[in-house]
Write a protein that binds this ligand. Structure first.
Ligand SMILES: Nc1ncnc2c1ncn2[C@@H]1O[C@H](COP(=O)(O)OP(=O)(O)O)[C@@H](O)[C@H]1O
Length: 250
């Protein structure tokens, strides 16, 4: 099935820019890989979590309400999310953007149905990682308050247990001048991450089935950290990266 999906993706690219979706639990690395791919493929990376955080920071009419929901690890209503996403897509269109890699959307079957009714998604990449590693990955996340760069200070090295493969993920450390400006997201506490993982299983797992039934789901088990996973992901997507060395460390 993998070959078929990759072929499908390649064929689409010739006609118009790609319209891809990234699915996966909190902490799996959706943002990291979606962002890298978007640069490579030349389409915008649109993360609904970022849209929500921008709205939060703007102290507009929604921000108080959103802060409460997000900081408890709950999902924002489909209505609000669709509204934020539509506005983002419209802004992009006026700037001449086309295609996208969506990250963090759709997160409910309702959102998937709405998306399905307005446009065709070419491919859905389902990123997967050992569950016991996800919490640590979330707790290790840091953002530079100045440049906005995303990093991870978690150093993961877990042994093989019950058929789960050994997993080595070196930290993704910031450059020296970001070091003193690192901040942690308010929803990346142990309590809230556990809640988010639970809500993912309840509300977002069914979205995988939604796309599986439509033959669009590409399952991708992350083999390790970025240096190990990035080339394998490109291979699974049939994409060549002529600048591979640079990307692996960027
Ligand atoms: N598609 C969505 N539907 C509902 N809520 C969303 C959606 N995308 C983002 N959010 C809200 O923003 C928060 C942060 O999202 P995100 O940055 O994607 O986090 P995660 O690390 O859990 O993938 C979510 O916990 C949720 O409250």
């Amino acid at each position: 099935a993998r070959g078929g999906l990759s072929a499908l993706a390649a064929e689409r690219t010739l006609e118009r820019n790609v319209q891809w979706v990234f699915l996966g639990c909190p902490g799996v690395g959706k943002g990291t890989y979606a962002s890298r791919l978007s640069q490579l493929v030349g389409v915008p990376h649109i993360a609904t979590g970022d849209l929500v955080r921008e709205e939060l920071a703007s102290s507009g009419p929604l921000s108080q309400q959103l802060a409460e929901i997000v900081n408890q690890g709950k999902l924002v209503s489909d209505e609000i999310i669709i509204d934020l996403l539509s506005k983002r897509l419209e802004r992009g269109e006026t700037k001449g953007e086309s295609g996208f890699i969506l990250d963090g959307f759709p997160r409910t079957v309702g959102q998937a149905e709405i998306l399905d009714s307005v446009t065709e998604i070419d491919l859905v990449v389902n990123l997967k990682l050992r569950e016991d590693v996800l919490l640590e990955k979330c707790l290790g996340r840091r953002t530079c308050s100045q440049c906005g760069g995303n990093f991870n200070i978690a150093s993961i090295n877990v042994e093989e247990v019950n058929g789960k493969p050994r997993m080595y993920m070196p930290p993704l450390l910031p450059p020296a001048n970001c070091m003193s400006k690192l901040i942690t997201r308010a929803d990346d506490t142990e309590e809230v991450v556990k809640k988010r993982l639970h809500i993912y299983n309840e509300m977002s797992r069914p979205v995988e089935e939604f796309y599986r039934k439509r033959g669009k789901l590409l399952e991708f088990d992350l083999p390790g950290g970025i240096p190990e996973s990035w080339p394998k992901l490109l291979q699974a997507l049939n994409i060549e990266d002529h600048d591979d060395k640079q990307c692996a460390v960027a």
